[in-house]
Design a protein around this ligand. Sequence first.
Ligand code: ZN
Ligand code: MN
Length: 513
Amino acid sequence: MELEPIIGLEIHIQLKTKSKMFCSCSNMGNGDAPNTLICPVCLGHPGTLPVLNSGALKLGLKMALALSCQISDTSKFDRKNYFYPDLPKGYQISQYDKPIAERGEFEIKIPAIKGQVRPEAKIRITRTHLEEDAAKLLHDPEKKYSLVDYNRAGAPLLEIVTEPDFKTPLEAKIFLQELRLLARHLEISDANMEKGQLRCDANISMREFKKNRKSGFDFSDTSAKIEVKNMNSFKSVEKALEYEIKRQSKLWKEKKPPQIPATYGWNDEKGITELQRTKEQSPDYRYFPEPDIPPLDLRELKQEMKNILPELPQEKRKRFIDQYGFNAGDAVIISADKNLANYTEQIVSELKSWLKNLPEIESSEEEIWQNNKKKLAKLISGWLINRYAKLLEEKNITAEESKITPENFAELLTLLYQNKINSNTGQKILEQMFDTGIDPSHAIEEQGLEQVSDENQIEKIIDKVIEKNPKQAEEYRGGKEPVIKYLIGMAMKESKGKANPQIVEKIIKEKLK
Ligand code: ZN
Ligand code: MN
């Protein structure tokens, strides 16, 4: 019997607001001493009143819109009751039956690699809601005691629940990575999994694979839902799900598929999931409306947030491919970094006007661009991703902080495009521009680096090279073609790297025919 997994995710994103969800305590804590970012409200002292942080609401709505969710006209908060030392009030303020948004959809692309079953997938979003975080428990390694740090208690969280639409662990991992990209682009969270700013629980069950299942959502023959927790990296989400597929498949083969829903914890060190509790022991949360926070009318705010929603990275990626001619891999890299993406767009627009002003070209900006799109895109991405981004990384700064203006960068690319300089010289100039902000023509002048394309001048150089290397010249004449590389190298050396290598090659070939 062939089996297929059914996977759904539940994600918590810590929102990047100045203050906590319902009080004015700082939410920007970073290594602060335990229990210093607290007040009577987030500690749940009797008589205190929570006040909703409108900033958190806005960030939550932004993400919900980016996930194409339906924003609710009205929404409210509820108390989710349970007792645990990390919960100072004895309940969590969350949202039960009226979340801020429901029924979204997000498309992911899946690489064509072994084990993957489709090139793309639409993941439906069940709901997104706001809630507060709990405190952090620190357990003594010898298990003699536990300590509580309430700094995190009351921090704003956005919970995102998906439908069970993932067919492979990799799909789940890709979705999470796309979600992180969205969160960073929208500036709602740094969404760092290792830091707990993005947390994910997964639900996974198995059913028999049938080719013509009437509806994809027929779960009548599906085994019980297993929830997996404690995964704190993208890799561990993928590994935990892969492990569960193996574990559950084995149970199916033994004719005893899981029948009782249960929660398992991922043990990263051992690489296994461990039973935490079965659903029979799961608490009844006795939800009821939070009496201290009035219900929300979101109609106006929804429109407001729609108006300021920026272009999403996924849309940007597509546009970089369609409009600018970047290949898919380059488009992913450039659009993943907002600064680099903006910088690239400015360079493209500057480059267009540089090209238009070249004396030898007499067509409109758009014509030049369209006719040479692929070549120009390759040139831009090559210099941006392989060379410039490397410099940024070395100096640990962003594109916006760098001294190279888009105009100067475009000029450098124009010089390369025209073969006025070769790539060795280009690299030297790029580094000088990076360090000092100088424009390329001045850098070339200062260092006398302009590429020599003058055929008479190059011919003289080549005559010299042939004279000095008669053996190699003879070999090439005799049909040993690879020797030309050596001769070109000699000519480049003779010209101190300034000769145009294409012309050098052409002339050597002519001379040694
Ligand atoms: Zn507080
Ligand atoms: Mn939650």
